[in-house]
Design a protein around this ligand. Structure first.
Ligand code: GZL
Length: 329
């Protein structure tokens, strides 16, 4: 009888303990919903965190406004969350609020767009694309592709459609774009304007370029959504995207693969949005007390195009049609 009572007591205590075990609360200040990449990034992190036993996600959509993200970060501090995940819409203006996160001793994980003040604040881990290399790959692909079709010595007009002005993804890719242009002197830059990473603005910028620039041969779009918007404008102007104008995007979202297979886009440089596989083990390790060094981890990324085989030094392109069925975003 005593054994039964003891067992029942232990069971009740265990049930009470589990009922009151505090969830690990992870707050995420996300930039917005401007692109397929951003949606995939949000979905992946939400699934990874909410699918973890005993973890709770507090999510804030900054609607692409820095003031909204600063407000959200301060709310997270007030709520005394356990961890903060952060990617900034622009690179500057975060010093004060991220120092407040540090003073509140809430571990900070940086993903995607790393703020300029990163070396002046404490963060426990950072994961983001190598934007300069992604920009280099975009232009290098165009240069190598033209060589592969015997046009390596032909002067061609290039336009660069940039992402959100001041975002590290924009500044990094532009740096890589311009550095690579020096390696391909026949690629002549005739236009450079922001399409703010959105499809609608990408279409509008291309519409204006088609009216103001005599001849455009290559579009370097710093994300796939702007490339797809530009394709809409090119078709509306009676031109053939992928042939009259070579289209190079970035991100490697599903819609870009569909467009390449349809022959309308020529290439997309990968920038993965799937950070759940990095964030979850990092927080699990932090819960166990492990420490991390302040380094930015760049995931392995590829380049996908119509036929594959274009050698960019650090990577060789893969035929999009060969891998489209395996893509996760
Ligand atoms: C890149 C990310 C960029 C994507 C865009 O890591 O910050 O923001 O390239 C997204 O599609 O809007």
């Amino acid at each position: 009888m005593k054994k039964v009572l003891l067992l029942a007591l232990v069971l009740v205590m265990a049930l009470c303990a589990s009922a009151y075990a505090k969830d690990v609360v992870i707050a995420f200040s996300q930039i917005g919903q401007e692109s397929d990449w951003r949606t995939a990034n949000t979905d992946d992190l939400r699934h990874a965190i909410e699918g973890h036993e005993g973890w709770k996600l507090v999510y804030d959509d900054g609607q692409q406004k820095q003031e909204n993200q600063i407000k959200a970060l301060r709310n997270f501090i007030t709520q005394n969350v356990d961890y903060i995940l952060f990617t900034g819409v622009v690179s500057t203006g975060w010093d004060e609020v991220l120092k407040e996160v540090n003073e509140a001793e809430i571990p900070l994980l940086l993903i995607d767009r790393i703020p300029d003040c990163a070396d002046k604040i404490d963060y426990v881990a950072a994961f983001g694309g190598d934007f300069v290399e992604e920009g280099r790959r975009q232009v290098a692909w165009a240069g190598e592709y033209l060589k592969s079709i015997g046009k390596g010595d032909t002067d061609v007009n290039v336009v660069i459609m940039e992402g959100t002005t001041g975002a590290s993804a924009q500044t990094g890719r532009t740096e890589g774009n311009l550095k690579a242009l020096k390696e391909y002197p026949h690629l002549k830059l005739v236009g450079q304007q922001s399409g703010n990473f959105t499809r609608a603005e990408g279409q509008a910028v291309m519409e204006s370029w088609l009216k103001s620039i005599d001849k455009i041969d290559v579009l370097i779009a710093q994300n796939d959504d702007m490339a797809l918007g530009a394709i809409d404008a090119i078709k509306a102007a009676g031109k053939v995207p992928g042939k009259d104008i070579i289209i190079v995007g970035c991100d490697s979202v599903k819609a870009a693969f569909d467009s390449i297979v349809a022959g309308e886009m020529n290439c997309t440089v990968e920038c993965t949005p799937l950070y759940g596989k990095f964030v979850v083990p990092t927080i699990e390790a932090l819960i166990k007390g492990e420490k991390f060094s302040k380094t930015v981890v760049h995931p392995e990324e590829g380049v996908f195009d119509m036929n594959g085989g274009i050698d960019l030094g650090t990577v060789k392109s893969i035929k999009a049609a060969d891998v489209i069925a395996t893509r996760q975003y």
